[in-house]
Design a protein. Structure first.
Length: 165
């Protein structure tokens, strides 16, 4: 079980156990969803896709609730400054929020650029298709005109107009 210390305390405090024979985690009905989400969050952290911090760590992700302001879940009356010692530099820091906002903006800009590129490609495909359609129309018209001219050249001209007196 490679969970953070806080998550272990929360898990065992809410009835979670470990099977002594197999060493596997036993969730029980009540903790199954939390256990699955915790395993998923740990996978993201270990792969480097997600970087947890004080307010958005594995436990808050698994529980799907935010950390309550001023206190640390599991340690109760312990302030965040002492509950998260490795995040001490970010305590009461606005830099973390600025970094999150910058990352969100970066992702949005990337999405806009991707959609612009996709729109350009769609317009280019549409123009190419229109050009091919126009060429085909011209070819069909030329074939129709030449076939009409071919028919009129081989048939004798007959005047069916009434005579003028």
């Amino acid at each position: 079980m490679h969970w953070p210390e806080r998550a272990k305390y929360w898990f065992f405090g809410h009835g979670g156990t470990i099977d002594l024979e197999t060493g596997k985690i036993v969730y029980g009905e009540k903790l199954e969803r939390v256990g699955q989400r915790m395993a998923y969050a740990r996978g993201l952290v270990e792969s480097g896709t997600w970087q947890p911090n004080r307010e958005k760590d594995e436990l808050t992700y698994a529980l799907e609730t935010d950390e309550h302001g001023g206190q640390t879940r599991v340690y109760r009356e312990v302030s965040w400054e002492h509950g998260f010692p490795k995040d001490g530099l970010t305590y009461r820091s606005r830099q973390r929020k600025k970094e999150e906002e910058a990352e969100r903006l970066r992702r949005l800009e990337a999405m806009v650029m991707e959609s612009r590129e996709a729109a350009r490609e769609a317009i280019a495909r549409e123009k190419a298709l229109e050009e091919r359609m126009n060429e085909e129309i011209k070819r069909q018209v030329q074939m129709a005109v030449s076939s009409i001219q071919g028919q009129t050249a081989s048939e004798p001209r007959v005047n069916i107009s009434p005579p003028v007196n």
